[in-house]
Design a protein around this ligand. Structure first.
Ligand code: PRP
Ligand code: URA
Length: 207
């Protein structure tokens, strides 16, 4: 299942981050800001427990998050979303999966993996700005499930129907949250209209 976050604040920022005139400094800031909004929505079903809090006046029935949160950026571009989610849930743990998409085959190649043990029993939030063919996201979820994770959501900035279908087919239990579900992939498997190469725009490595 995929859910698009249609809030005007998100859509306004999306319009700016897509703009080819937006430089890497502003691109990074916007990635952080958009991520906060999407993650806020993505965590709406996270497990909570009832607690009683003593206010200066009386006891108040309250709820607190009752699961270990593990944020998993897909390297490298996922790093651009990490500050945003940690702003929202500062006590979250962070695991890493290093994947790049081979330029010729478009298949994901894994080069790094380091997860905290709390992926087992906790809630994992996979972050990557672009979910294009879905190959990288499926590979990241595969790695997490092999490590024992069974509660996983995906947060991206832009995706497309092809990528959503691939993730749904491989992992029907995983919900994808995105600011945009774009039309299609081009011949290079880039999302159109998309926002270009997210890693290059985040880190200033484009020509
Ligand atoms: C981009 C992006 C995703 C992947 C999406 O990363 O950040 O990880 O491509 O494509 P897919 O859905 O077709 O797998 P890239 O491979 O460019 O690596 P980078 O993050 O190091 O720039
Ligand atoms: N990776 C990107 O950075 N952008 C796309 O559109 C597809 C893959």
């Amino acid at each position: 299942m995929a859910e698009r976050i249609d809030h005007p604040c998100v859509q306004h920022k999306l319009a700016i981050i897509r703009d080819t005139e937006t430089g890497h400094k502003r691109f990074r800031e916007l990635a952080t800001e958009i991520t906060m909004f999407i993650c806020y929505e993505a965590l709406k079903n996270v497990r909570t427990k009832q607690v009683t809090v003593q206010t200066p006046l009386a006891e108040a029935p309250c709820r607190k998050i009752d699961t270990d949160l593990v944020v998993v950026p897909i390297l490298r571009a996922g790093i651009g979303m990490l500050d945003g989610i940690l702003e929202l849930v500062p006590t979250a743990r962070v695991g890493f999966v290093g994947l790049y998409r081979d330029e010729t085959t478009k298949q994901p190649v894994t080069y790094y993996e380091r997860f905290p043990p709390q992926i087992r029993g906790g809630t994992c939030i996979v972050i990557d700005p672009m979910l294009a063919t879905g190959g990288s996201t499926v590979a990241a979820i595969d790695r997490l499930k092999e490590g024992g994770a069974d509660s996983i959501v995906v947060v991206c900035i832009v995706t497309c129907p092809e990528g959503i279908e691939r993730v749904e087919a491989a992992h029907p239990d995983v919900t994808i949250y995105a600011a945009a579900i774009d039309e299609r992939l081009d011949d290079n498997k880039y999302i159109v209209p998309g926002l270009g190469d997210a890693g290059d725009r985040l880190f200033g490595t484009s020509h």
